[in-house]
Design a protein around this ligand. Structure first.
Ligand code: HAM
Length: 416
């Protein structure tokens, strides 16, 4: 007979978040939000569903043709699960361009879907912080966005020596493309190839295939184009705001077609995580797609998977602490009713309380609290209900203290 038992694994390439994983996610998201808000960025959100056209013109060929999850809805529309946020935010800004106040500073933390081969640092669903500034045409925008990226890393406890910010400028490449009179299509393919260079073993052969007799001229020119005055200025300005680990690296190109100027990627210096941790850049023409005026924009996307790998490598992940402060053990049915009422009073004082629903042996109940890493336990039986005195026990270390009901909340606050 056919086995009809359902498997318990998640869909290929996506993750389940059990409470301990969710704790780490929450910690990462909270830290990122705080840092973004400290720079004056406001949070926005959008649906994960977008019409497929949004990605067709300016995104990355590779992402659109090979990596999107696209389906036809019941009304015959082609729908894509967003693979990135930038087209969505550009659409939203373009839609309300007249009402919004520029420079506009926005951030979001949202999930993205890409049909990639699952591997270290790459999955089919990830969460990404996006922070973008709109309406600033000069280098002040890059300085701020890169300073924000750096602040986020530092907020996680990373030192500047743990990561490196590599900056480049696509205009160097664009003028090189002009000199070599490359067609639009060749330019697109070349950008993609250059972005994959470190990961693609046959990129040299592919380069020759693409450029033919222009290959050696291209190699020569790109070797000489090692920096620009704008990049040097950026590095200097970054130093001025305390970011000293940015370097110029003109081999950084980034995959998306919409970038128009400075681009950057952040790398782990430990050698453990080879892929870039996150990146972004300037995209001044994307909003034109919506028939609106040009609005210059700079931003970046920082993924939770690469970030978590980085934090693990550098031992920067916090230890799991449950949100529950207190576990109430109950010695009888009557005591349970009493405990539930007491729990309500404590919750009103901002204490998170779990009430045992069993009246099993005290030892077994305390073991439950301990397995859940709940820091405090109070056992409630006839004596406590009569005397209105409660012995609170700190499970770590075993310290005990007798308290009146009114002092429980204060005691917990001063001991956590
Ligand atoms: P991206 O480089 O494609 O840029 O993605 C940004 C970051 O998201 C990556 O560096 C990585 O941390 C994470 N990421 C991307 N794909 C995956 C994946 N399959 N699995 C795990 N993590 C992933 C963008 O998406 C741009 N829209 C960023 C941007 C915002 N540029 C300007 N503003």
């Amino acid at each position: 007979m056919k086995d009809t038992t359902l498997g318990t694994g998640a869909y290929k390439g996506v993750r389940d978040f059990y409470p301990k994983d969710m704790y780490v996610e929450r910690y990462m998201f909270d830290t990122m939000s705080r840092a973004a808000e400290s720079f004056g960025y406001s949070e926005y959100g959008a649906s994960v569903l977008e019409p497929v056209e949004l990605y067709k013109s300016k995104s990355s060929e590779e992402i659109v043709s090979e990596q999107t999850y696209t389906f036809t809805d019941r009304g015959g529309r082609e729908v894509t699960l967003r693979p990135e946020m930038t087209p969505t935010v550009a659409r939203m800004v373009a839609a309300r361009e007249r009402e919004l106040t520029f420079p506009l500073r926005w951030y979001t933390i949202a999930n993205m879907f890409r049909y990639e081969r699952p591997q270290r640092g790459r999955m089919r669903e990830h969460w990404q912080l996006n922070a973008d500034i709109f309406g600033v045409p000069d280098i002040e925008a890059e300085v701020e966005i890169i300073a924000l990226s750096s602040s986020i890393m530092k907020a996680f406890g990373a030192h500047e020596s743990d990561f490196e910010i590599r900056v480049s400028d696509r205009s160097i490449l664009f003028s090189l493309f002009d000199e070599l009179a490359l067609s639009q299509e060749t330019q697109k393919q070349l950008l993609l190839l250059l972005d994959k260079k470190d990961r693609a073993p046959h990129s040299d052969i592919e380069l020759e295939k693409l450029l033919g007799d222009k290959t050696s001229a291209f190699r020569e020119k790109i070797k000489r184009a090692s920096s620009s005055t704008e990049l040097e200025l950026l590095i200097k300005r970054l130093k001025g705001v305390g970011v000293t680990n940015a370097i110029v690296d003109t081999s950084i190109v980034r995959a998306f077609n919409y970038y128009t100027g400075i681009v950057f990627e952040v790398f782990d210096t430990s050698g453990e995580n080879k892929r870039s941790l996150f990146g972004g850049g300037r995209y001044d023409n994307l909003l034109e797609l919506f028939g609106k005026k040009k609005i210059p924009a700079v931003g970046f996307g920082m993924g939770d998977i690469t970030l978590r790998d980085f934090l693990e490598t550098h031992e920067l992940l916090p230890e799991y602490v449950p949100r529950t402060d207190l576990y109430l053990c109950t010695l009888s049915e009557k005591a349970r009713g009493y405990a539930q009422a007491l729990a309500q009073e404590l919750r009103a004082q901002d204490i998170n309380v779990e009430v045992s629903l069993s009246v099993k042996r005290v030892g077994d109940q305390v073991a439950v609290a301990s397995a859940k890493s709940i820091p405090f336990v109070i056992c409630i039986g006839e004596d406590e209900m009569k005397s209105k005195e409660f012995t609170i026990k700190e499970l770590k270390g075993g310290k005990e203290k007798v308290l009146l009901k009114e002092t429980i909340a204060d005691y917990i606050f001063s001991h956590i």
